[in-house]
Design a protein around this ligand. Structure first.
Ligand code: HEM
Length: 415
């Protein structure tokens, strides 16, 4: 039996959990804690976050689609009502970015922006992109094949989605390193630890990133090409449908979300296969089996574990009274391991079907990039395992202390 993390303390009668999200044992393996919660208290109050959380697949799926809950609350309540102070001035560039980020909006603003943006993005993520991803994956393996060993995150799992999203969006490859730095500083704002220094770095990153996007937009207005930035710039000219601020936030969100979770989706997936000694080559050459394997890896150890929602109207769920303005947590990774939905949830079953995992969320905020992430995972794994058939772990991998993001510090491999 796997041990629970040392800081795990569950009071079942009050459904109250105390668990430090930075507890090293939890960071390395949160699944025993999720399993215990699913068994004993699938709806619980997490003291360290001070909000109620939902772990069951049914609850998470339903709440993601429930209009009584939103990612944003400031459209129905003022800061004064919520008892929130004004954000400090040092955060202005960050709040400007979030103000128009699709991920932070609710209808009707979300509906309008998402429908305008969806089309220009998804038109460019079709089967026509697959050969470009394949040649990118081969080019990356060319860079380290002869060495016999590699740190996969740095050499493959990061540049594959990073360069792919730069390609689709129209961000020049030479700026991809800068983009990675800005993105890391901005994403740090959503982790369990946050301090003024980190906030200042995030604000500076937003400022530099927005300036870069504006510069690229000006170039695209002068000389449009076949990329998402050109489409966004055009949609503004065509009928004032998107404001400059909306375009900048949208481009920033896509460039960030377009690689962060996928990098760790690839890393966690390769680790899961190698730890179990599974050779995925036969599955990966069969298109249907390749889809099933990628979905199973996304379910088994997803890179995003917890998302929150605000309560938009006073309500009650599973006997818990929730007031307007409260927050609730949806444990996507626990829902993916709910035994009432997935047989032997802790096993990697390459042909699992159906596989209704919630790694890409659900409802109106369902991941726009899911088709791209899926293609990257299928193509990336196939190229990697075909080119390096003797692949194995060169060192035991460790996860970063970045709950609710789940990704490895490094993934050292040899062949
Ligand atoms: C394995 C990789 C990925 C995972 C696990 C993932 C997961 C998610 C999840 C769970 C959400 C919903 C969050 C919520 O409901 O609160 C989301 C939203 C989003 N994702 Fe992804 N994502 C991945 C890759 C990508 C890629 C490649 C893009 C490319 C642009 C992308 C763009 C977005 C955007 C723009 C949203 C916001 C959608 C909205 O609010 O309407 N994601 N993603």
């Amino acid at each position: 039996m796997t041990l629970l993390p040392p800081t795990f303390a569950l009071d079942e009668s009050s459904r109250s959990l105390s668990l430090d999200p930075r507890d090293p044992a939890f960071v390395q393996d949160p699944y025993p804690a999720y399993r215990r919660l699913l068994e004993r208290a699938p709806v619980f109050h997490w003291r360290e976050y001070d909000h109620w959380c939902f772990a069951r697949h049914d609850d998470v799926g339903a709440l993601l689609r429930d209009a009584r809950f939103g990612r944003q609350v400031l459209h129905v309540m003022s800061r004064a009502e919520l008892g929130w102070p004004e954000p400090p001035a040092r955060l202005t560039p960050f709040t400007a970015y979030e103000r128009h980020s699709l991920l932070e909006l609710e209808p009707p603003e979300h509906t309008r922006l998402r429908s305008l943006v969806n089309r220009s993005f998804l038109m460019r993520v079709t089967e026509r992109l697959r050969p470009r991803l394949e040649s990118l994956a081969h080019r990356l393996v060319d860079g380290f094949e002869s060495r016999g060993e590699v740190e996969l995150l740095d050499a493959f799992a990061t540049p594959l989605p990073l360069l792919a999203i730069c390609d689709v969006m129209g961000m020049p490859e030479r700026r991809s390193r800068e983009l990675l730095g800005w993105s890391d500083d901005i994403v740090a704002m959503y982790q369990a630890r946050r301090d003024p220094d980190l906030e200042r770095r995030a604000a500076a990153a937003c400022e530099a990133f927005a300036a870069c996007v504006r510069e690229l937009l000006a170039e695209r207005r002068a000389r449009p090409t076949d990329d998402v930035l050109s489409a966004l710039a055009e949609s503004q000219v065509a009928g004032e449908r998107l404001t400059e601020a909306e375009i900048v936030s949208t481009a920033m969100l896509f460039l960030i979300a377009g690689h962060e979770a996928t990098v760790h989706g690839i890393g966690n997936g390769v680790k899961a296969l190698l730890e179990r000694g599974l050779d995925p080559r036969a599955a990966l050459v069969d298109p249907e089996r390749a889809v099933r394997l990628a979905e199973e890896l996304l379910r088994l150890d997803t890179s995003l574990h917890l998302f929150t929602r605000y309560v938009l109207v006073d309500t009650e769920v599973d006997g818990v009274r929730l007031a307007r303005g409260d927050r609730v947590g949806l444990l996507l990774a626990a829902a993916n391991h709910d035994p009432s939905r997935f047989e032997s949830p802790h096993e990697l079953r390459p042909d699992r079907s159906p596989n209704p995992h919630v790694s890409f969320g659900g409802g109106i905020h369902f991941c726009v990039g899911a088709p791209l992430a899926r293609m990257e995972l299928q193509v990336g794994l196939r190229v990697l395992f075909e080119r390096l058939p003797g692949l194995s772990l060169a060192a035991p991998p460790h996860y970063r202390d970045t709950y609710h993001f789940r990704g490895l510090e490094a993934l050292r491999l040899r062949w």
